[in-house]
Ligand binder design. Structure first.
Ligand SMILES: [Zn+2]
Length: 74
């Protein structure tokens, strides 16, 4: 498992502020294999909600859409 670094902005964050999102191309690691599974990414507090909303997509497509979105839409 990778440390919590946001897949969108590459900021390292405290895990209570963000979290992991499992995408459509998620593949669990085989038993006893150490590493980071495909399709599972960390997101900071700013990007976590957007990532969850796109979790029905494959990772690369979801990331592309989040990066394309203008930030701070409130
Ligand atoms: Zn982020």
């Amino acid at each position: 498992m990778r440390p919590p670094i946001c897949a969108v902005c590459h900021d390292r964050f405290a895990t209570k502020e963000g979290g992991l999102v499992r995408f459509a191309d998620y593949e669990p690691l085989p038993e006893r294999v150490v590493g980071h599974p495909k399709g599972l990414e960390w997101f900071c507090g700013k990007h976590h909600a957007a990532a969850e909303a796109l979790s029905h997509l494959a990772t690369t497509e979801a990331l592309r859409r989040i990066r394309r979105k203008p930030t701070a839409r409130r």
